[in-house]
Write a protein that binds this ligand. Structure first.
Ligand code: GP9
Ligand code: MN
Length: 623
């Protein structure tokens, strides 16, 4: 037994709890592991975090050390068990905001019994052992030397750094972007995730506390002077009244593939035909940043910009918004549905959709498929659309619905036997493969239209399709330049941020291609105009796409912008008629306005300012 006496108790506790948390992640939560690298990260984070927490013991006196070790293992086990029960009910992890949502806690309360399994008893084994070891004085508990303490600090921080570095390799920008709670837990563990969540909540709440609504007057004035005046150039006011609105997000589809060929084959034959019979905006820009797909969803439903340094879906899902689903419900009694075959917690959608007013979210759990139906990130677009139509068929009409595709997602891999177009031949594997997945999505959309017609949904709907953001980053400029037959300058890079935007109105005559500069920020006012819903007091930074008088620029979220005559990129001003550099002063005025506008939008979100604004009469209501 004297040999055991040499091992410090806190190390034993750290290992026991670390191994237990690993077992829970792996076998109780059933987190999916795609690679052995993920397995390793999962194991390392469980041990590293547990070490960091228990190593605090070296600073304590022997008696407090024992107390600390027991209390810590009980608290950590409670956190794990609480999350496990929550996960079994909601397939998600506990967050600070959910703790304050009593309806969730209530749901859980009533079903606690059915959420605890007999096998959960095993999860208390570490606590029992820690208590027993402490009582029996088997392991070393003493006042440690300062040399030993220093070593322990170095070891535990090194372990955490290794964990964070590996996590960054596995998911670049994990902390900045958040992605999915499941990713966070997989990569940095449950306890670090809770710390991260607490820090984000505290920082958003503190910014919110300083706002008192006085900021809204200036913003309202800006919107009044710069955004609100508009007249319909093409009169489509009310065209969508009583119709279903079916919005389709085309994952990573950029405008450069439209009407383009690869080895003599059209890349998007169906979309090309559809455009002939639709309004097509050929100078339409995505305005997303870190939150990618979710940023585009935010833009569409709110007419506000996403945030410069986080995914707004993640950080501000508790804010008050004035989103499309809510407005459509209030004014026209529309139901809103979101359909997307991915984890409900990805981009925090399961929380944000409720905030935005969606009635139903059909996530991965609503779709029926096995491995053979998967391409890339999940269910293939063809099966996705097919099953989505079944859901829409049963939906209460008229509705507003959003369907988000997934097959054309980076890294654009697909089984070659299903590919119907060649790969491109360049040094960029990403670009080479891209055309095949884009074509696949194009075919899936065709199938979707066929099914809508078959089910009698087509005639009563307006169908809008849009690329959510770029798919090919500037990293592939050289190959992209080869494909397009021109050098990709910073000016061309901006032009590559164009995404297709198609408004298809069945039975409508006179549509066509429009060249006006426009962007995702214009979606919400466009829908409201088409629904003939008065929105004169709304605070948005976009104009209806059919309006004659429009803001003279489209701001990208990273500081670049597109003006009517100039494009601003990389701190330089380009003449749009030549694509050549021009005098900076030509861009100055718009540089300022674009920056101002982005700041106003950020202020609204950071300060949660809509809680001080009455959209009915356009008044600011301060506390
Ligand atoms: C995830 C899907 C793709 O659910 O929307 O997200 P992205 O990586 O494009 O933001
Ligand atoms: Mn996307």
């Amino acid at each position: 037994m004297s040999f055991l006496k040499r091992i410090p108790l806190f190390i034993i506790a750290a290992l026991l709890v670390g191994i237990k948390t690993y077992v829970v992640y792996r076998f109780y939560f059933g987190l999916s592991m795609e690679t052995s690298f993920q397995e390793i990260i999962l194991f390392i984070n469980a041990i590293a975090v547990s070490m960091l927490i228990f190593f605090i013991a070296v600073w304590l006196k022997p008696k407090s050390q024992k107390r600390f070790i027991i209390i810590t293992s009980v608290v950590l086990s409670t956190i794990v068990l609480a999350n496990l029960m929550y996960y079994r009910n909601f397939t998600d992890f506990v967050t600070v905001p959910t703790l304050f949502q009593f309806n969730n806690a209530g749901d859980l309360g009533s079903s606690v019994g059915s959420l605890i399994y007999f096998s959960d008893l095993l999860l208390l084994l570490d606590v029992i052992l820690v208590i027993a070891f402490t009582k029996m004085n088997w392991f070393r508990v003493e006042t440690f030397s300062s040399m030993f303490r220093r070593r322990i600090i170095v070891i535990s921080f090194a372990a955490i750094m290794i964990n964070i570095t590996l996590a960054e390799i596995e998911r670049p920008m994990l902390f900045k972007r958040g992605f999915d709670r499941e990713y966070l837990v997989k990569n940095v563990g449950l306890f670090t995730f809770h710390a991260y969540d607490a820090i984000i909540t505290a920082s958003t709440q503190s910014k919110r506390l300083f706002a008192d609504g006085s900021e809204m007057d200036e913003i309202d004035e800006y919107v009044d002077e710069n955004v609100r005046e508009r007249e319909e150039a093409i009169d489509l006011t009310g065209v969508a009244e009583d119709k279903n609105i079916i919005y389709v997000a085309l994952e990573s589809v950029q405008s450069f593939v439209i009407d383009e060929e690869l080895n003599g084959e059209e890349i998007t034959p169906f979309l090309n035909d559809l455009i002939e019979d639709s309004y097509y905006f050929e100078n339409f820009y995505h305005q997303t940043l870190l939150g990618k797909t979710s940023d585009h969803e935010f833009l569409l439903d709110n007419g506000l910009y996403p945030l410069p340094n986080s995914a707004v879906f993640f950080t501000h899902a508790q804010n008050e918004f004035n989103a499309l689903p809510e407005i459509l419900k209030e004014n026209r009694d529309y139901n809103s549905y979101a359909l997307h075959a991915n984890n409900g917690s990805f981009w925090n959608r399961n929380v944000m959709y409720e905030t935005l007013g969606y009635d139903e979210f059909y996530d991965i759990e609503s779709y029926d498929f096995d491995e053979t139906d998967e391409i890339g990130w999940g269910l293939n677009d063809k099966k996705f659309f097919d099953q989505s139509v079944d859901m829409l068929k049963d939906a209460e009409e008229p509705f507003y619905s959003k369907l988000i595709t997934l097959t054309n997602h980076f890294p654009f891999e697909m089984p070659q036997e299903e590919a119907t177009i060649d790969q491109y031949d360049s040094s960029s594997v990403t670009l080479n493969q891209y055309f095949q997945t884009v074509k696949y999505t194009d075919e899936a959309v065709e199938g979707f239209f066929d099914r809508l017609k078959e089910e009698g949904l087509y005639e009563d709907s307006i169908i809008i399709l849009m690329g959510d953001h770029y798919g090919i980053s500037s990293y592939h400029n050289e190959s992209m330049g080869n494909f397009l037959g021109k050098e990709i300058t910073p000016y061309e890079e901006v032009k590559l941020q164009r995404v297709p935007m198609i408004v298809h109105i069945p039975g409508h005559e006179g549509s066509g291609t429009l060249s006006r500069i426009s962007g995702q920020i214009d979606f919400k006012p466009t829908i409201l105009n088409m629904m003939d819903i008065e929105n004169e007091n709304d605070i948005v930074f976009g104009n209806g796409l059919f309006a004659e008088e429009r803001k003279p620029f489209v701001a990208l979220r990273d500081g670049r912008f597109v003006g009517e005559d100039y494009i601003y990129s990389g701190g330089n001003c380009y003449d749009d008629s030549t694509g050549e550099l021009t005098d900076e002063s030509s861009c100055n005025e718009l540089v300022e306005q674009a920056e101002q506008e982005l700041n106003y939008s950020d202020e609204i979100i950071y300060g949660d300012l809509f809680r001080f604004y009455d959209f009915e009469d356009g008044e600011v209501v301060q506390d």
